[in-house]
Design a protein around this ligand. Structure first.
Ligand code: ADP
Ligand code: TRP
Length: 321
């Protein structure tokens, strides 16, 4: 079984990224041949600062390794180190109906926010399809917002197979229901683009502040809260504390008598503890950047070997060779 996922180096990673994608991906590394990459080509659709891209790419590498990605088990690489993926994007583009891309939510959301459309942003799901198909991937662990892109990938793969004969494996998205949409500090989906994130790594003081600023309603502490399970702090607590501990906080909130300030303080303590091992690992890696760069280089070599085989198969089947 081949498992594949990617993450863009377009900003600082947050707990939504961790629970929605990184943690499931890390757990899957024990269950098959896994390929995880830093989607730097993708980041070009929204980030136009070269130094920032370089810095973010290194940060994603450090974050992912610190969180438990094990290069002895998973192939970890930078997307642009496998340029074959761009050639495959072209082959797939010629079979991708415009309507399929026009229906993509993430494109429509960006348009609705007033972003000037460019061809890269529009064609982004085709590059993502190439990312997935070029490794013969079976399983793609992602958060719910990426499900449609994997469905587009499936459609394109089926069309190619129909036109040119069996070429690509049809992949399946894998989405964990419990963490499909991690809420941000304002209760909307946590996302870099909504400025409502809680970072995985960073300094204690600003992170404590971020958590203390979680948006709550104006009910008094003593009032019972029958909707305690809907509270953002309780939902986040479920991710970073054990079930018993989270149940206890939820019950105390439901009963009345627990102030939101105390709940948030409790959340911060659990959150800080949850990532403490990863934090230590990250600082160790920061002083060993040669190792990190070597991991990406070795990963690129392995990924490229596999990608070129699949690209050759596609080239042959469509009559380029
Ligand atoms: P962002 O929305 O912050 O830009 P990305 O689109 O780069 O995040 O997402 C990277 C990965 O993390 C994807 O697999 C995505 O589904 C997952 N992810 C992002 N935000 C969340 C969230 N709030 N809840 C669950 N998964 C998420
Ligand atoms: N589009 C994904 C995101 O924004 C990143 C990504 C690029 C990806 N290529 C992929 C994820 C292939 C899974 C598989 O989060």
């Amino acid at each position: 079984m081949i498992i594949l996922s990617g993450i863009q180096p377009s900003g600082t990673l947050h707990v939504g990224n961790y629970f929605g994608m990184m943690c499931p991906a890390i757990e899957l590394q024990d269950q098959g041949e896994s390929y995880y990459f830093i989607a730097d080509y993708h980041s070009m659709t929204s980030l136009y600062d070269a130094n920032e891209r370089r810095k973010n790419t290194l940060d994603v590498a450090l974050d992912f390794l610190a969180c438990g990605l094990d290069p002895a088990k998973a192939v970890f690489f930078r997307q642009s180190d496998v340029p074959e993926v761009c050639e495959l994007t072209w082959l797939l583009s010629t079979l991708t109906p415009m309507g399929l891309l026009e229906r993509c939510h993430s494109y429509k959301d960006k348009m609705a926010k007033g972003l000037a459309p460019n061809h890269g942003l529009f064609a982004y799901p085709v590059l993502m399809a190439a990312d997935i198909l070029i490794y013969d991937s079976n399983i793609v662990p992602v958060g719910r917002d990426q499900k449609q892109h994997v469905e587009v990938t499936r459609d394109i793969a089926v069309k190619f197979n129909q036109a040119y004969g069996e070429t690509f494996v049809i992949p399946e998205p894998q989405i964990r229901d419990s963490v499909a949409v991690v809420p941000g500090t304002d209760g909307q989906k946590m996302s870099k683009s909504y400025e409502n994130t809680i970072q995985i790594f960073g300094n204690e003081k600003p992170l404590r502040k971020t958590i203390m600023r979680l948006v709550m309603d104006s009910r008094l502490p003593e009032e019972p809260k029958p909707d305690a399970d809907q509270n953002i702090a309780v939902q986040l607590m479920r991710l970073v504390a054990t079930k018993d501990v989270a149940d206890d906080w939820e019950e105390r909130l439901r009963a009345g008598g627990l102030g939101y300030g105390d709940l948030k303080k409790g959340l911060f303590e659990h959150y800080w503890e949850f990532f403490s091992d990863a934090r230590a690992k990250r600082s160790e890696l920061e002083s060993n950047l040669d190792y990190v760069n070597q991991v990406l280089k070795d990963g690129a070599n392995k990924a490229r070997e596999r990608a070129s085989k699949v690209l050759d198969r596609a080239r042959k089947n469509c009559g380029l060779v």
